[in-house]
Design a protein around this ligand. Structure first.
Ligand SMILES: NC(=O)c1ccc[n+]([C@@H]2O[C@H](COP(=O)([O-])OP(=O)(O)OC[C@H]3O[C@@H](n4cnc5c(N)ncnc54)[C@H](O)[C@@H]3O)[C@@H](O)[C@H]2O)c1
Length: 421
């Protein structure tokens, strides 16, 4: 089959290369010229193990990265057009659909009238978006869904840092469809995969993704709230308590346990915006979801709580240099979008602790590109240990496990990763 994919970010590049690996011919459209030329040069624009080898295997073969100049040719050949563009925070926490609708319009401007193509949204969109926003958008342009073209969603569950592996070994494939013709095209795309494929309604497909992300956010906020409860009660070894909790057979030793663990609050691109978007769409529909509301409130409170915890541990001397260990939102990734480290640095600066020295094994340049903090950055673990007078672990990179063996300086372990906190 031939597929055009809009957006070559974490999801779009992985999807493009995954489909290429299945044997399909894929055009990947990217509007960011810098990102496109990096990919055309055979390099990844972000850290993602395994994806680099897939790019080397398929670039110039099944996978062709293009800019919009070649869009008409790509779309005219395609059986399906996938949308993997960003759906960031919008007004009042709603998902901003600007990129998605604009990519859809770009497709409509060049689509062949005579061919039944399926437009598939892989970006995360709140339940009812296809039925209430995308289909009316197409109808307003005189297009009948199910007759002139198909519309579907195919939510993505990959984790950054494991994109390739999660895509190629997915737990399940979810296809939100409204007509049998579209379902057939999508089933053909996934014809070679061994994972179970579920065809569900459009709203169900969209909802499943939010069910997943908001549950993860809830588990994290629950764990963080419990760490605050433990702190006020006192005498509780939080890390030990959670590790012992995980030994319960009902958790099955699964990696889900990593979400039932306190830290600095959830961050990254997806959990914050998706939790807010589901809360907003539900509220607009007339239901004020109290658990979601409080999950968000707990998370919003975390940077302030962590900053106070740090200050309690390091004291009131504002001339000291605080070494921030970890800038990415999680270990194994250089993604710094909505990273708790930035919020904690901001909170410390607001409280007058302006001498800050940041270190991360891979994310320093991304962090500097995203955030305009007037702080120092160092390029090695050794250097931050030497420069700082106190240290704060904000991302649980494995290399920080030995920090207490390497320095006598105060260490605040905001990720509860060291054995005795
Ligand atoms: N990152 C994740 O872990 C993850 C996991 C599952 C789902 N998602 C969802 O997938 C979607 C994409 O996420 P991402 O992390 O890959 O985003 P990203 O920001 O890394 O990538 C989006 C890309 O789309 C490009 N783009 C925007 N408009 C375009 C257009 N009209 N034509 C061509 N390219 C265009 C951007 O330049 C950017 O490179 C979001 O809805 C996100 O919520 C993300």
């Amino acid at each position: 089959m031939v597929i055009t994919v809009f957006g070559l970010g974490f999801v779009g590049l992985t999807t493009s290369l995954g489909f290429a690996e299945y044997g399909h011919k894929v055009y990947g459209v990217e509007i960011n010229p810098e990102r496109l030329s990096t990919i055309k040069g055979g390099k990844l624009p972000f850290l993602e193990p395994g994806l680099d080898e897939a790019l080397t295997r398929h670039l110039g073969g099944n996978f062709t990265p293009i800019n919009t100049d070649l869009l008409a040719q790509a779309v005219s050949e395609s059986d399906a057009v996938y949308y993997c563009v960003g759906t960031p925070y919008g007004k009042d926490g709603q998902a901003d659909l600007t990129y998605l609708l604009s990519a859809i319009d770009q497709t409509l401007a060049v689509r062949p009238q005579e061919k039944y193509q399926v437009m598939v949204v892989k970006s995360t969109i709140p339940p009812s978006t296809t039925s209430q926003k995308i289909i009316p958008h197409l109808l307003a342009k005189g297009l009948k869904v199910g007759e002139d073209l198909g519309v579907a969603n195919n939510p993505e569950f990959l984790r950054e840092g494991h994109c390739w592996d999660d895509f190629m070994n997915a737990d399940r494939i979810v296809l939100g469809v409204s007509d049998e013709r579209s379902a057939q095209v999508l089933r053909q795309i996934y014809a070679t995969v061994k994972e179970p494929v579920y065809c569900v309604s459009l709203n169900t497909g969209e909802f499943i993704k939010y069910l997943s992300n908001t549950l993860l956010a809830t588990l994290i906020s629950y764990s963080n709230e419990m760490s605050l409860a433990a702190d006020v009660i006192g005498g509780i070894d939080v890390a030990e308590a959670f590790r012992i909790l995980h030994m319960d057979k009902r958790w099955g030793g699964a990696t889900m346990a990593s979400y039932v663990y306190p830290g600095c609050g959830y961050g990254g691109y997806c959990l914050p915006k998706d939790t807010n978007a589901l809360y907003a769409v539900t509220k607009t529909a007339g239901f004020d979801a109290q658990i979601l509301k409080n999950v968000i409130a707990t998370n919003d409170h975390m940077p302030e709580f962590i900053a106070e915890k740090i200050i309690r541990a390091i004291g009131s001397d504002k001339s000291q240099t605080i070494g921030i260990l970890g800038l990415s939102f999680k270990p194994g990734s250089d993604d710094v979008r909505d990273t708790p480290s930035a919020k904690i640095i901001h909170a410390l600066i607001e409280k007058g602790y302006t001498h800050i020295c940041g270190y991360d094994p891979v994310a320093i340049s991304e962090f500097r590109r995203y955030y305009d903090f007037d702080i120092e950055y160092v390029n090695s673990y050794e250097e931050v240990l030497n420069r700082a007078t106190s240290l704060v672990i904000t991302t649980a990179w494995p290399e920080f496990h030995d920090v207490k063996e390497r320095t006598q300086k105060p260490v605040v372990d905001c990720r509860y990763m060291l054995h005795s906190n």
